[in-house]
Write a protein that binds this ligand. Structure first.
Ligand SMILES: [Zn+2]
Length: 86
């Protein structure tokens, strides 16, 4: 897994939004890659803020809301990450 391609996966990994097999693959990479481990820490920090969203946003029909919540969280995670050029 190339780190440059991994940040969306890392965000999904932190949110437990990956398939189990993907989660295992990302988990094993994060354990060996300090850069990605740092990104995971950043995403955790960002998600802590996302989780302060109103409860109404987290309730009801998840089938429609989850993609939007995931997109919002991923965008927030990217905004918080240091330069994406490395
Ligand atoms: Zn990496």
């Amino acid at each position: 897994m190339k780190c440059e391609q991994g940040k969306t996966e890392l965000a999904a990994y932190v949110m437990a939004a990956l398939d189990p097999a993907e989660a295992v693959r990302v988990d094993s990479h994060v354990r060996e890659c300090r850069a990605c481990a740092g990104d995971v820490d950043e995403i955790h920090t960002t998600l802590a803020a996302v989780r302060r969203l109103p409860a109404e946003a987290m309730l009801g029909d998840w089938s429609g809301k989850l993609p939007k919540l995931r997109e919002a969280a991923v965008r927030a995670a990217f905004a918080e990450l240091p330069g994406d050029s490395s």
